[in-house]
Design a protein around this ligand. Structure first.
Ligand SMILES: [Cu+2]
Length: 143
């Protein structure tokens, strides 16, 4: 009789141990799956976008994000926009179009004159010059 009790106790103990281990290993598998999925889907693209200052940066990045980019980082010194995006949701082409619609010439599209003219005076970048040309903004905080 005592042996049976010990046996039952052992079974219930091992059952508890199994129950505790199972959810932990499942959870870590799930995290791994998600990470893989994200890194598989996101593409990175880097292209020229003309602009002058921090205000331009906000508009350019907002336009890229609104076009479906997951992240957007514009470098004011290099006139380069770096974006990551899900290729199923958007494309470099679509992001470049959106940035041009916001008033900024880029590697893919030239901005509409009307959109360019709506920009803050300080943000009216040099459209004739090459990337990295003269910046007319001296203090981006004045915006
Ligand atoms: Cu600006």
């Amino acid at each position: 009789m005592k042996n049976i009790l010990v046996f039952c106790l052992m079974i219930s103990l091992s059952a508890v141990t199994t129950a505790q281990e199972a959810p932990v290993s499942q959870a870590s598998n799930e995290v791994k799956k998600k990470t893989t999925a994200v890194s598989e889907k996101l593409e990175t693209s880097e292209f020229m976008v003309l602009g002058n200052c921090g205000m331009c940066e906000k508009i350019i990045e907002k336009a890229a994000l609104s076009a479906g980019a997951a992240t957007a980082e514009w470098d004011v010194k290099a006139d380069l926009l770096k974006v990551t995006f899900n290729a199923k949701k958007t494309s470099t082409d679509a992001i470049q179009k959106a940035v041009a619609l916001a008033g900024y010439d880029n590697a893919g599209y030239k901005a509409d004159d009307a959109a360019y003219n709506k920009l803050h005076g300080c943000c009216k970048y040099d459209r004739t010059g090459a990337a990295g040309g003269a910046k007319s903004c001296t203090d981006s905080s004045q915006h």
